[in-house]
Design a protein around this ligand. Sequence first.
Ligand code: AMP
Ligand code: ZN
Length: 114
Amino acid sequence: MEDCLFCKIVAGDIPADIVYQDADVTAFRDINPAAPTHILVIPNKHIAAINEASAEDQALLGKLLLVANQIAEQEGLAEDGFRYVINTGGHGGQTVFHIHLHILGGRQMDWPPG
Ligand code: AMP
Ligand code: ZN
């Protein structure tokens, strides 16, 4: 999608600190980290929000989670734990309308979230 920031990162048109990329999924460090480790995992395919995904995206979304698990392990987060977040829509706090899974780790997380 032409005007999407994260599509531009996938395409390499905007620089990012990419930690993982394959034909389906890209992961990069959040530019404004909310935790010592803060990585965004996104499908290369433009889908605006998680609740706009369809049945044909089932395998892609499964892969997104499995890649995230692999990254969490590589980043040394698995032992102490970490948090996955998918902000969705206005009340969810979504600001970039291309699905992204936040991996947050390296500190104790609070509950309930703000
Ligand atoms: P959300 O509020 O869930 O839509 O999250 C969007 C996230 O994208 C925020 O945590 C931003 O800091 C992050 N972000 C925005 N622009 C960039 C960028 N160019 N590179 C990396 N992360 C970004
Ligand atoms: Zn996009």
